[in-house]
Design a binder for this molecule. Structure first.
Ligand SMILES: *Cc1c(COP(=O)(O)O)cnc(C)c1O
Length: 408
């Protein structure tokens, strides 16, 4: 018989979201009348916007005609879309032939792991989006978790209230692949130019490559904050940026993203990383959906930008309502600390004296609200809950009213 890929055996059982779903289901079964509201999801809830929808509908209708039909396109993406992203977002900081269109950021993170293989050292923020480490475990770049939560091949970089959710980079080992997400899921922290300069300088000094996940860049409202790593001098020599239309335009189900691999980026032997990435995209991928790419094009024209800005604003308004509820006296008097700066869909909330799963259960039981336990994103998330602003306004308003009655 064929031996199992040891990477799968090395994964930690009990992935966060299935456990959340299980507890929700058990609660609902024992309380059939409870109207549970979820503030736990990282999934968008509001409809696609009209201009973007129309672009996809029109293109799809064309595919049903002889004149409008097209089959495979370029694996790297539609030239027009690559050019649009380069000009609208990167404004000379990256060129169209450095932008690769994908079926989403998570898929690109998985493909990045094939690019670097099983021997690369990993450095990752703690807490972090689970895919960075789990994907590394599957390809063998990260080992089995030890009893203390550490893993061979992985350096965890704690991001805590004490360090302003920006890690101590002295811990980063030479020649590591550094996964860095800003604005961050789950902490919501959006790094400043000065912080990212430190990150880039660290990567350059230690021969590292940064995998910069900018999936939430569209939530940045503070004009002083960088929206792409390439705003930082030197980043083109040490960073790949991974991005997505999912949170920007509600494309979580449509599926569209992009990655930027600058021409200057090389491996130790001098090979161009972009050359190998092109090989990955043409070999393991066959191009993003042509319908989705028309939606992506529309998202970056004037009307599309107006629509997506309003769409993101809607979620930011939800976040502001939650911030207000969670900083009210019933929470403040219990020492609850809300970390939120208005540049992310997530509020990162510390409940002193509680473990994450305990306060999760209490809020589910007393408010019928589902949140996400911070400890599921890494040991430094213990004691925190993540509140997501992805939800319908009426549900958020109702959830806030219930939170106002909670006595901690
Ligand atoms: C939602 C999310 C993504 C987006 O992934 P897609 O595959 O493009 O939907 C990427 N990174 C982080 C941190 C996310 O939370």
């Amino acid at each position: 018989m064929i031996a199992r890929n040891t990477g799968f055996a090395n994964l930690t059982a009990g992935y966060l979201f299935p456990e959340v779903a299980k507890r929700r289901k058990l609660y609902q079964e024992s309380h059939p009348d409870a109207k549970i509201i979820s503030l736990g999801i990282g999934n968008t809830t509001e409809p696609l916007t009209p201009h973007i929808t129309k672009a996809m509908v029109d293109y799809a209708a064309g595919l049903g005609t002889a004149a409008g039909y097209s089959g495979y396109g370029d694996e790297q993406g539609l030239t027009q879309l690559r050019e649009k992203i380069a000009s609208v977002l990167y404004k000379g900081m990256a060129a169209a032939d450095e932008v690769f269109i994908s079926d989403g950021a998570k898929c690109d993170i998985a493909r990045v792991q094939t690019l670097f293989g099983p021997d690369v050292e990993i450095a990752v923020q703690d807490p972090a989006y689970p895919v960075y480490v789990d994907g590394s475990v599957i390809v063998g770049a990260a080992g089995k978790a030890a009893g203390d939560g550490s893993r061979a091949g992985v350096t965890y970089l704690p991001c805590t209230a004490e360090n302003g959710f920006f890690p101590d980079l002295a811990r980063v080992r030479e020649n590591s692949l550094i996964y860095f997400c800003s604005p961050n899921n789950p902490t919501g922290a959006a790094s400043t130019k000065e912080q990212l300069k430190k990150l880039v300088d660290c990567a350059l000094a230690k021969g590292c490559i940064i995998i910069y996940d900018a999936a939430y860049y569209s939530f940045i409202r503070d004009p002083s904050l960088p929206k792409t790593i390439y705003e930082i001098e030197g980043a083109r020599k040490c960073a790949i940026e991974i991005n997505s239309f999912s949170k920007l335009a509600g494309f979580t189900g449509v599926r569209l993203g992009w990655s930027v691999v600058p021409a200057e980026l090389t491996f130790a032997d001098g090979t161009s990383v972009r050359q190998d990435w092109n090989r990955v995209m043409t070999t393991l991928f066959n191009g993003a959906s042509n319908i989705a790419q028309r939606g992506g094009l529309a998202a970056f024209d004037e009307e599309g930008i107006r629509e997506t800005t309003a769409l993101v604003d809607y979620y930011l308004e939800n976040a502001a309502l939650m911030q207000k509820a969670l900083t009210a006296p019933n929470f403040a008097s219990a020492g609850v600390k809300v970390y939120y700066t208005g540049d992310s869909p997530y509020l990162w909330v510390l409940f002193p004296g509680y473990r994450s799963w305990d306060i999760f259960d209490r809020i589910l039981d007393e408010c019928n609200i589902v949140t996400t336990p911070g400890s599921g994103f890494g040991p430094a998330g213990e004691g925190y809950l993540r509140f997501s602003s992805f939800g319908h306004r009426a549900d958020v308003v109702e959830a806030c009213a219930r939170l106002a009655k909670l006595k901690l």
